[in-house]
Write a protein that binds this ligand. Structure first.
Ligand code: NOJ
Length: 575
């Protein structure tokens, strides 16, 4: 390997790539900024805030879906892959956003949702017309089992939708069931059909020709289903998932997509993979794998699941386990692979409410989580609003729930006879709505997000938690993000350095070293509101130190041993 391609002088270190050095900002457009006063974020709203993104210093924007959609799952149900949902604006508006980002040297990564389409997509409309339709095999249709009610039979197998209930819906017109791993308005495409794959690759090519810089691939490890569609284990968190997670042809399809569309293009790809293990991820990644750059695995964001094995039961969260999982991924993708680093996104509660303290130590713990995000090895993803420490929403009424999966949960639990308060408590901790409340720009009405009436309630803490205030105060979470982004851009060791966990069993402190050539960085994070003492293991030797960043004032303390304050984070360079 040519040594100029690597980050250290040896020529054997990790290969330099722009997407490894980039900081990604995930922009959830319906809740970012509303430029036309209809209460719904839009593309002109994104355009209006491009300087904001530039000021924060991010390199890539991942834009959640803006394609034409009937909006059953907030845009993850696409009706037309080549047009824009009118609420977001027009294709011209999209082109302006793309050009405006590129003018600021920010790249744009689009969401690619191809496990399923909307039931209103032309392919599905034609597919459901008759069993002989040319489009019939674009989707997965099966006869019911047994005679069942009204001759429909029971669903073809016991698979569940991720949003609750059976993964099959009966369609009267042709007296068959179709498969949908998500909502019934999101029928799964049949990837075994080569024509489907060809249409998808054409569509991807069309977007890349437009000049976008890559794709975030929605549930891409679910595209291949086991032959015969066998029943799944009814006691797993998602019944059937062992038969459609990295199924028999998933790697073949991803590798084919890479060859047909992505090879030779300098773009960024990240595959969302709910069931990925390190071993599976290694197969999807890198020049010797299927060609993706990164995956989003779910292991560290599923640790607090309770007995039902999914988000809707609340379990304990344990720091030692969290460190162990992240360390497994850090080490497991050390060679040819590459990690994506994220703590939350539009599908999870707010990170400060989940892993930090959204009360007394909101500011300190939001900074602590930012420190982790930017110092792990991998490409960091900042989710909109985390840079000002936005928190979960205090639900008071069922009518405040918007998300389809949370609404289904509420209905199921009401039917089971749960108390209203009990249901809302779980919703407050777990609903995807928590991350989807409007971006808090100012202390104006609706947090400055809209002049109209917001499509989803604004978090009532907007008067204290907002961008205007945060940018005004030098010691805010926002400025801390800025500082960390600058630091990461300035220090190759934070991008390419190896990772070594320290004190694996410490229940309160997450500490690790990053090393690149003779550069070494020590990261120490206190995940508690107590004051534990950190002691650097004796074998870690150094002559001098420099404090690179911290979320409290630090007075001449040396990293050998010190007491940490609640949610304190320190990053030292060891010389
Ligand atoms: C994952 C997306 O992030 C989520 O928002 C969506 O509901 C499902 N995939 C289905 O597309």
């Amino acid at each position: 390997m040519d040594s100029t391609e690597t980050a250290d002088s040896t020529g054997i270190g990790p290969k330099r790539e722009w997407w490894k050095e980039a900081v990604v900002y995930q922009l959830y457009p319906r809740s970012f900024y509303d430029a036309n006063g209809d209460g719904f974020g839009d593309l002109p709203g994104v355009e209006a805030k491009l300087d904001y993104l530039d000021a924060l210093g991010v390199d890539v924007v991942w834009l959640n879906p803006v394609y034409d959609s009937p909006d059953a799952d907030h845009g993850y149900d696409i009706r037309d892959y080549r047009s824009i949902m009118p609420e977001y604006g027009t294709m011209d508006d999209f082109d302006h956003v793309l050009a405006g980002l590129h003018d600021r040297e920010i790249k744009l990564v689009m969401d690619l949702v191809v496990n399923h389409t909307s039931d209103e997509h032309e392919w599905f409309r034609k597919s459901r017309q008759s069993r002989d339709s040319d489009y019939r095999d674009f989707y997965i249709w099966r006869e019911g089992r047994g005679d069942g009610p009204g001759g429909k039979g029971e669903p073809p197998n016991n698979w569940e939708s991720a949003f609750g209930g059976p993964a099959w819906t009966y369609d009267e017109r042709t007296a068959r069931y179709y498969l949908h791993l998500f909502d019934e308005k999101q029928p799964d495409l049949n990837w075994d059909n080569p024509e489907v794959r060809e249409r998808i690759y054409d569509m991807m090519d069309w977007w890349l020709e437009k000049g976008i810089d890559g794709f975030r691939m929605d549930v891409i490890d679910l595209i291949s289903k086991a032959e015969g569609l066998p029943d799944g284990d009814a006691d797993s968190g998602w019944t059937g998932s062992e038969h459609f997670t990295s199924g028999p042809r998933a790697h073949e399809f991803v590798a084919e997509m890479y060859e047909e569309v992505l090879a030779g293009r300098d773009v960024m790809t990240v595959g969302e993979m709910p069931g990925a293990t390190v071993e599976e991820a290694q197969r999807y990644l890198g020049p010797d794998g299927d060609g993706l750059n990164m995956v989003f695995h779910f292991e560290h964001v599923s640790l607090d699941y309770g007995e039902t094995g999914n988000r809707w039961s609340i379990g304990e969260w344990d720091l030692a386990e969290f460190k162990q999982v992240l360390t497994k991924w850090q080490n497991g993708l050390e060679g040819e692979g590459w990690n994506s680093v994220y703590l939350g996104n539009h599908d999870w509660p707010r990170i400060v409410s989940r892993f930090g303290d959204d009360g007394l130590y909101r500011i300190e713990s939001a900074k602590l989580l930012a420190t982790l995000l930017f110092t792990l090895r991998g490409t960091p993803y900042v989710y909109q609003g985390d840079e000002i420490g936005m928190t979960n929403f205090p639900f008071e009424r069922e009518a405040q729930v918007r998300d389809v999966s949370a609404r289904n949960f509420v209905e199921r639990k009401k039917a089971d006879g749960w108390e209203r308060a009990e249901i809302l408590e779980v919703v407050t901790m777990r609903s995807r709505d928590n991350a989807r409340t409007p971006m808090q720009w100012s202390d104006d009405e609706y947090a400055g997000f809209t002049d109209g009436e917001s499509w989803i309630p604004v978090n009532p803490n907007y008067e204290a938690v907002n961008v205007a205030d945060a940018r005004h105060k030098d010691d805010s979470i926002w400025h801390y993000y800025r500082e960390l982004i600058d630091l990461r851009h300035a220090r190759d060791v934070l991008v390419y350095g190896s990772y070594d966990l320290l004190l694996p069993d410490d229940p309160d402190v997450y500490a690790f070293l990053r090393t690149l050539g003779d550069e070494r960085v020590l990261v120490v994070l206190n995940f508690r509101d107590g004051t534990p003492t950190f002691s650097l293991p004796a074998e870690v030797a150094f002559d001098g130190t420099e404090l690179l960043v911290s979320n409290y004032p630090v007075d001449g303390a040396k990293p050998r041993s010190f007491e940490l304050r609640p949610y304190e984070a320190r990053v030292y360079e060891l010389e």
